[in-house]
Design a protein around this ligand. Structure first.
Ligand SMILES: Cc1cc2nc3c(=O)[nH]c(=O)nc-3n(C[C@H](O)[C@H](O)[C@H](O)COP(=O)(O)OP(=O)(O)OC[C@H]3O[C@@H](n4cnc5c(N)ncnc54)[C@H](O)[C@@H]3O)c2cc1C
Length: 465
């Protein structure tokens, strides 16, 4: 057998499972079809760490609660930005008051603490920008915001450092059961493994043929707007509300220092419609404050951890859910415990539960800045002036384990181009550093996926230049 465990898919779930399993003496590989880990759905995200209060499904709510409780420990250990900022779920009418009171009762029965119903006038006193009637609000201390890509990448990096073999740019074509385990066929190789954990979406392989496809019928559109103001609301809490059309609105201050405003609806809004929803919710936003506007599908499919074939060594994690990042730590732990019990694996003595040091220049004190520049002058050269990201950080993002190979990869690891100018000033310089560090020509650098070349071609070819 080539491996004890093969993990299919390098989204946040695949990387978190790889991390949990890398604590054990097992020969593990992870196969991901893209250039980078966490490149598909894991990239589209509102960054909220939910608290299980909002979830009508008891099992999903439980996964949220357990996952949520693990965030401090994980993010501190991995040096991933996380703020337990808390949230208000606003009730604007008597009908909505009844709804939040029911949610409150249900949450208490589910064992969720640190929540309370507060009077509207209290929220008004704090949130002076809010442009909606507030009768009451359900306050939760438990909700938070995280840097979700950073969390996925951190899981991957620590798993890599503990011996997990990451096979990027390799697509799984089929999985077949053989006598002693599984045969996995990719577009490049064939592998055998005692066990398989499949985190890829859909039913494409022989092994899954009898499985029912999850319904995917509860899909809405999440209309999202990034606003160049880090303090849309004074208290910096997440605000959940529902407008008179039943559209769920929320707003938060993200880790990058801007605000994210979203409206969940059955249709995609155009910019004019979105601005109307925004202005009906918060005061004082001008056109110049709007950074970007985008839409994504929003799922409420329950997550299914199917271990019905565990005696044969196969686990499939399927379903798409708006709180999957929150659930990730709990899902990974559950899957790991099930598999490890089945394989009777032992804990590794030399497991290192630490991410390699990462320096975010903008967060350092002046003393620390001078110290790091003394060690490496490239930390003294600011490339992204909006987000204050230095050449040293970009090079580190490329040279780290599972380092960035695309502009998007650098962006997610360092925060470059997230600022006001949207990369107008630094984009070319990032491409040039990527080309130099990966020993490629500028023409070969891609934005994110295969073929997404940044430079279309040279206007004039001078071979000698
Ligand atoms: C609009 C939106 C907002 C969200 N907001 C939040 C939020 O605020 N809070 C929260 O907790 N969660 C949120 N989520 C949920 C969360 O971002 C995703 O559901 C989660 O990241 C999905 O992770 P995953 O690993 O299951 O899937 P994916 O990221 O899709 O990972 C699957 C991986 O498998 C790879 N793959 C597929 N097929 C193959 C193949 N044949 N061979 C090899 N590799 C393959 C893919 O390339 C991909 O990398 C949001 C989701 C959406 C859509």
């Amino acid at each position: 057998m080539d491996y004890d465990v093969l993990i299919l898919g390098g989204g946040i779930i695949g990387c978190a499972v790889a991390y949990e399993l890398s604590k054990y003496s097992l020969n593990i590989a992870l196969i991901e079809k893209e250039y980078d880990i966490a490149d598909e759905v894991s990239m589209v995200n509102s960054a909220i760490v939910y608290d299980g209060v909002e979830n009508p499904d008891t099992l999903m709510s439980k996964l949220e609660v357990i996952g949520n409780s693990m965030f401090e420990e994980i993010t501190e250990k991995f040096n991933v930005p996380f703020k337990r900022c808390g949230s208000y779920m606003i009730a604007q009418s008597d009908k909505q008051v009844i709804k939040i009171e029911e949610l409150y009762e249900k949450a208490i029965k589910r064992g969720i603490n640190e929540i309370e119903i507060v009077e509207g006038k209290y929220v008004y006193e704090v949130e002076t920008n809010l442009n909606i009637p507030i009768k009451k609000a359900l306050y939760s201390h438990n909700t938070g915001v995280v840097a979700p890509y950073d969390l996925a990448i951190a899981y991957g990096e620590v798993a890599f450092d503990n011996g997990v073999n990451f096979k990027l740019e390799e697509e799984v074509i089929d999985i077949k059961k053989i006598l002693t385990g599984y045969k996995i066929v990719t577009n490049k190789n064939k592998f055998t493994s005692k066990t398989v954990i499949n985190t890829t979406p859909g039913i494409h392989y022989n092994i899954d043929k009898n499985e029912k496809q999850s319904s995917e019928n509860d899909i809405n559109i999440l209309n999202s707007m990034l606003i160049n103001k880090g303090n849309l609301f004074n208290s910096k809490k997440i605000i959940f509300a529902q407008n008179n059309k039943g559209e769920i609105i929320n707003s938060l201050n993200n880790i990058q220092g801007s605000s994210l405003f979203t409206a969940e609806s059955s249709t995609s809004f155009n910019l004019h419609e979105m601005k109307k929803v925004l202005n009906g919710f918060v005061e004082g936003i001008e056109d110049k404050d709007i950074k970007t506007f985008f839409q994504a599908k929003y799922y409420k499919d329950p997550i299914i951890i199917d271990d019905s074939l565990i005696d044969k060594g196969y686990i499939k994690i399927s379903g798409k859910h708006y709180a999957e990042v929150t659930m990730t730590p709990s899902i990974a732990k559950m899957v790991c415990e099930t598999l490890v019990g089945n394989l009777k694996a032992k804990l590794k003595k030399d497991f290192t539960d630490k991410r390699r040091d990462i320096f975010r220049f903008r967060e350092l004190s002046n003393e620390e800045k001078n110290e790091i520049i003394k060690v490496d002058k490239k930390y003294g050269k600011v490339i992204c002036i909006c987000q204050i990201v230095t050449e040293g950080e970009i090079i580190d993002a490329i040279r780290r384990p599972l380092g960035a190979r695309t502009v998007e990869g650098v962006r997610r690891r360092t925060g470059v181009t997230f600022g006001k100018c949207d990369g107008a000033y630094c984009f070319d310089r990032i491409v040039s550093i990527l080309a130099r560090e990966t020993n490629k020509g500028m023409n070969d650098i891609v934005k994110s996926s295969k073929g997404s070349f940044v430079v279309k071609g040279r206007i004039k070819e001078f071979n000698e230049m």
